[in-house]
Write a protein that binds this ligand. Structure first.
Ligand code: PHE
Length: 454
């Protein structure tokens, strides 16, 4: 298909717009909700070290690769591989990404729905005076309900669809530029409160003192999955966004800034949560409930906690929204370009079909709690499979594609803007995408499967 047959494509209109959009995708519930509890379950500091290594050695190169594929092809993930490697099976990687988008958006919207519930509870001041046990009970009771979690999930999905319908530039790009910095300020305020709690130091040493005896195959796989999930890589979100980046933008710099910002926010979220976990005797193994139990407890201990709590859950909703639009856009771009739908039809169809999965995710502690596999409910299966399997496998093939299939000249051309940037790192980049990153990903899987070590 010729490019001129395609509907006109949007593009991000400024350098800051690109970073805001990509960082908006990366920064979200993955940083503030998922990161703390995954760190908690996997032993703290040692996990953090492995996580950071994966961000640098695998995450950033995969992100650069996705940008290259997207901007070169000007397509959705499926169309991108079709165009860059005609007649070869690489398009399957793009299809897998579209599938992962379904799964991620389904359970992610469920958590975003919990955030809306907590925003609502903040308005009515429902956390006031509750003990840690009571807050835990409150979270469990909400999640086990049969209506509210689903209702909130649907409301959130509708918000996502509405923005995607309106077009990304005029809606979210405008607001995120203001709201994301505000979120940062709020987290820093929470951090200050958290680290000055009596008993905070225990939480900080849990987060920052690595105990390498806690590293197992599972830890390493979870760190890899968390790195991919948090950076929004491995499923073509950033191929799609890359296809909206103008030719004069510096892809490597963008990847670096986005990854730094994302990692910074995750660590700040950890600094807010762990001191409170230890200071208030909250069970660090509270899994998916951890932040929803810990944060209200911190708000209780702050002057103006009511206002902070309101603001925080509003901003968390926004952060979630700037991530979910990037996931929905993958599916919508695919429907528009490959199935020749209008944006409106594509958005409605995508949001509606993903909502069906979302209902099951949201009901995973309610009426769907009997549907389990190896002791995990539907939500947990979607969460684990997408982050720890689909994204790393996707990332593996993306770097292999750049390293071994696409002509090296093309990657070089995109990363240096046809030679106008220096790109002295290019030989190192090629070495990483050819060898280091794919071997590291493969080794994580082998280690987890106990093929060696452990
Ligand atoms: N990175 C997002 C977050 O941390 C989640 C996400 C995953 C978004 C995959 C897009 C693709 O919240």
């Amino acid at each position: 298909m010729d490019h001129k047959d395609l509907p006109p494509r949007g593009s991000f209109t400024s350098k800051f717009g690109v970073i805001a959009a990509a960082a908006g995708s990366a920064i979200g519930l993955g940083n503030i909700w998922r990161f703390p509890y995954v760190v908690g379950e996997n032993g703290g500091g040692a996990f953090l070290v492995v996580y950071l290594l994966f961000i640098i050695g695998i995450g950033i190169p995969v992100m650069m690769s996705e940008f290259v594929i997207g901007r070169r092809s000007l397509r959705n993930p499926y169309g991108a591989f079709k165009k860059l490697a005609p007649g070869k099976p690489w398009f399957l990687v793009g299809l897998m990404g579209v599938g992962a988008a379904f799964m991620i958006l389904a359970f992610y919207s469920a958590v975003a729905g919990w955030t809306l519930e907590y925003l609502f509870q903040s308005v009515t001041n429902a956390f006031e005076g509750k003990s840690s046990e009571e807050l835990t009970g409150m979270f469990d009771a909400f999640r086990e309900g049969s209506i509210r979690p689903i209702l909130w999930m649907l409301i959130f999905m509708a918000m996502t669809a509405w923005i995607i319908l309106a077009g990304v530039q005029k809606g979210i790009e405008k607001y995120t530029k203001v709201l994301m910095p505000l979120l940062l300020v709020l987290i820093i305020i929470l951090d200050i409160r958290a680290v000055t709690l009596p008993g905070a130091s225990e939480g900080l040493s849990f987060l920052f003192k690595p105990d390498f005896s806690k590293i197992t195959g599972k830890t390493v796989l979870e760190a890899l999955g968390q790195a991919f999930f948090s950076l929004s890589i491995g499923m073509g979100t950033l191929i799609t966004y890359g296809s909206y980046i103008r030719k004069k933008e510096n892809l490597a710099n963008t990847a670096l800034s986005v990854s730094l910002a994302d990692t910074f926010i995750a660590v700040l979220a950890g600094i807010a949560i762990f001191p409170a976990v230890f200071a208030f005797g909250i069970d660090p193994a509270s899994e998916e409930g951890l932040v929803f139990i810990t944060l209200p407890k911190i708000f209780q201990q702050m002057p103006g906690g009511y206002i902070f709590s309101l603001m925080f859950f509003i901003l968390l909703t926004v952060a979630a929204l700037t991530s979910t639009i990037s996931v929905l856009e993958v599916v919508v771009a695919y429907f528009i370009e490959e199935l020749k739908m209008s944006r409106k039809k594509a958005t409605i169809l995508a949001a509606a079909s993903i909502s069906v999965l979302g209902v099951f995710a949201a009901a995973s502690w309610g009426w769907a709690s009997n549907l389990t596999l190896f002791g995990s409910n539907i939500f947990q299966i979607m969460n684990f499979t997408s982050a720890n399997i689909l994204l790393p496998v996707g990332g593996f093939f993306i770097v292999i594609f750049i390293g071994w299939s696409l002509k090296a000249r093309i990657a070089g051309d995109e990363l240096t803007n046809s030679g106008s940037l220096r790109g002295r790192y290019l030989p190192a980049f090629m070495f990483i995408v050819k060898f280091i990153a794919p071997i590291a990903i493969a080794m994580v899987f082998l280690y987890k499967l106990r093929v060696f070590g452990n």
